[in-house]
Design a protein around this ligand. Structure first.
Ligand code: GUN
Ligand code: ZN
Length: 370
């Protein structure tokens, strides 16, 4: 195992912890921004450090296509290649293929997809995914899982659950660097509590350094989503990190943290920035709106990020559809907001005032009680 996980505060099921990874000691609850080619769109590494970003996601699927795992390995791994000193996590790649390429096909061997480079069929097996992730060298690597949309029903969910466990064993057997890279398992099972239970127990038996809850945020209703998270966190070990994949919105992160989850990743803060939307305590602020044209206030007067200190809504409104700087400034603020939320969750749990923090958060987002 290449991590240490120390819980430093609890409030009911919520936890605050130190997650010590080979490249960085992180504090949880933790939001991880998502990169593509080895960068978070529009932000420099220095800016990411300035806003308190502790760990970022590298995209295995993109990195495997370009520059390729061999080249990254030859150049000394992804940390060195992108000159990022803090922690990195890579996903196994299968989920991205299934969600990005509609031509992906899943068999017992692995995920078959058409290469976007030359259109030839390619196969990503559990062994290959781990081999690629070993070359990339992130602090946390993810098992290849069989992901199905939570909105489908029937025998396909059961097949995916058991296949995810069989692939888990192939990933464990293929992992060459357990001393420096942590292989996390991913709980699947759709919205079926019996299948979720089978999967979570199977993974816990395999004594992994950490666990993810997958297959969520795919169009299911909030009640079903929170039920799955609550069931999985209750069944996962207390002394290992728990990561809810592809989540999410600030409210989801607050609720999942109350349910005992520790880690999150989502493209939402940076994607919504590119559409001109800022995350603020009240919810969202649409900078494209003509009401912003003469507004001299910062995006969020309660935010102490560089963008809120230096720029007005009027200025960002003017940039937002015309210049890349507009989305860069919004991404900077939005990720700052997510880092502040993570830190506030951690501190409020440590200081025993988590309920007050959650109440305050909800009161500002839903002022009329709706
Ligand atoms: N990203 C968001 N959800 C998932 C999931 O279920 N599996 C994997 N591997 N990545 C994800
Ligand atoms: Zn700000």
């Amino acid at each position: 195992m290449a991590l240490r996980f120390e819980v430093v505060g609890r409030f009911n099921r919520a936890r605050a912890a130190h997650l010590m990874l080979p490249h960085f000691a992180c504090q949880t609850p933790l939001f991880m921004p998502v990169g593509t080619q080895g960068t978070i769109k529009g932000l420099t590494n220095n800016q990411l450090e300035d806003i308190g970003c502790q760990i970022i996601l590298g995209n295995t699927y993109h990195l495997a296509l370009r520059p390729g795992p061999e080249l990254i390995d030859d150049l000394g791994g992804l940390h060195k290649f992108m000159n990022w000193k803090r922690a990195l996590l890579t996903d196994s790649g299968g989920f991205q293929m299934v969600s990005l390429l509609h031509l992906a096909d899943i068999t017992e061997e692995g995920v078959t997809f058409q290469s976007p480079v030359d259109g030839k069929p390619m196969l990503l097996t559990p062994e290959e995914s781990i081999q690629i992730q070993n070359k990339i060298g992130a602090d946390i690597i993810m098992a290849l899982d069989d992901v199905v949309k939570t909105t489908i029903t029937g025998p396909r969910i059961e097949e995916a659950t058991y296949r995810t466990l069989r692939w888990m064993d192939r990933c464990i057997a293929a992992h060459q660097k357990p001393d420096v890279q942590n292989l996390f398992g991913i709980v699947q099972g759709g919205l079926d509590p019996v299948l979720r239970d089978v999967c979570v127990r199977g993974l816990v038996e395999r004594n992994l350094p950490g666990y993810a809850i997958g297959g969520l945020a795919g169009g299911e209703d909030k009640d079903s989503f929170w039920r799955v998270v609550a069931q999985c966190t209750a069944a996962l070990p207390e002394d290992k990190p728990r990561y809810v994949m592809g989540v999410g919105y600030p409210l989801d992160i607050v609720v999942c943290s109350a349910l005992g989850a520790d880690m999150y990743d989502c493209v939402y803060p940076t994607r919504t920035a590119r559409f001109g939307t800022a995350l603020v305590p009240e919810g969202v602020l649409k900078l494209k709106h003509k009401a912003m044209a003469g507004d001299e206030r910062p995006i969020d007067p309660s935010c102490s990020c560089m963008v809120c200190k230096k720029y007005t809504r009027a200025y960002i409104h003017c940039l937002v559809t015309k210049d890349a700087m507009g989305s860069q400034l919004l991404s900077y603020h939005n990720l700052s907001y997510m880092m502040r939320l993570s830190k506030d969750l951690h501190t409020s749990i440590v200081e025993g005032r988590f309920p007050e923090f959650v109440q305050g958060f909800l009161r500002v987002q839903f002022p009329k009680g709706d």
